[in-house]
Design a protein around this ligand. Structure first.
Ligand SMILES: Nc1nc2c(ncn2[C@@H]2O[C@H](COP(=O)(O)OP(=O)(O)O)[C@@H](O)[C@H]2O)c(=O)[nH]1
Ligand SMILES: [Mg+2]
Length: 268
């Protein structure tokens, strides 16, 4: 009896040892995989840091070059001199903007751009189908803010149309977008500076004449013509499409559906 019992005990111990060895081998395997993944992530971070430093030094050099150019400038004593100075600094800005690398993002990103109160946040909420971006009077959005949709990320942007948004960070963000929607209300001139910049750095964009519900019915056709004429006269190059719609009351104009189809047709 005892002998049989000890034999069974032995077999049991043996089994336990084998099981433990299996579990340990599995854990070691997992540990090796995790270790490799960690190493890969560290290498990637290292690589990104190196690229970031290279980009910074390159921009620093451009900046130094720009300062030297400035110092070399002769004294500005006339409006002609001043014009020349502005042209030169505009050219340098475009050169720098061309060199900015897109931000690394995953998925489909859409920037909603335009001056304050053109309806950017309203548009984002209507596209998302829920109230997420704060709507209001005046400058409610002060920094670029992402809103996650089903297959896309919508970026609400500050409405300022001044130089504070024409910086390295904003340009990198705009470059990483799949679509750049520029909202206007009365004229494309509200945002012509941004459109010109996009033209110069080869970024396509779409123009959305929002709040079309506020345009009287008899004035809608002349208004459409006015906007088309402006686009032609100002010679914008990178415009893909033009929409006339109401972000607040989407069903009022068929361009809303056209826009949704346009945005979703290439988003999977
Ligand atoms: N009538 C009308 N009002 C709108 C439309 N889109 C936005 N608004 C209003 O315009 C104001 C500013 O909208 P908001 O989305 O905050 O503009 P943002 O500053 O560009 O983000 C709010 O009072 C909105 O209700 C629209 O299509 N039609
Ligand atoms: Mg807003």
């Amino acid at each position: 009896m005892n002998k049989k019992y000890y034999k069974q005990q032995n077999e049991l111990f043996q089994l336990q040892r084998e099981c433990r060895a299996d579990v340990i081998a599995d854990l070691r395997g997992e540990e090796r995989v995790l270790h490799r993944q960690l190493q890969e992530s560290e290498e990637r971070i290292f690589q990104l840091r190196r690229e970031h430093h290279q980009e910074l030094s390159r921009l620093r050099e451009c900046f130094l070059q720009l300062s030297t150019d400035d110092q070399c400038n002769e004294e500005i004593t006339s409006f002609d001199d001043l014009d020349q100075y502005h042209t030169k600094s505009d050219e340098t800005f475009i050169r720098l903007a061309q060199q900015v690398k897109p931000m690394e993002v995953e998925g489909n990103h859409i920037a909603v751009l335009g001056s304050t109160s053109r309806g950017k946040s309203t548009m984002i909420n209507s596209l998302l189908g829920k109230y997420e971006a704060e709507v209001g009077i005046g400058e409610v959005t002060t920094k670029c803010e992402p809103y996650i949709g089903l297959n896309f990320v919508l970026w609400d942007t500050p409405g300022r149309n001044d130089d504070t948004i024409f910086n390295h960070e904003s340009i990198a963000l705009w470059k990483s977008m799949k679509y750049r929607l520029i909202l206007i209300e009365n004229t494309v001139k509200e945002n012509s500076k941004m459109m010109k910049l996009f033209d110069q750095i080869n970024l396509s964009y779409d123009i959305i004449a929002n709040k079309f519900d506020l345009v009287k019915e008899e004035e809608q056709t002349p208004f459409r013509e006015q906007i088309r004429r402006e686009i032609k006269t100002l010679k914008f190059k990178q415009i893909n499409s033009l929409f006339f719609l109401s972000a607040k009351y989407p069903p009022q104009f068929s361009d809303w559906i056209t826009l949704v189809n346009y945005l979703t047709s290439s988003i999977h």
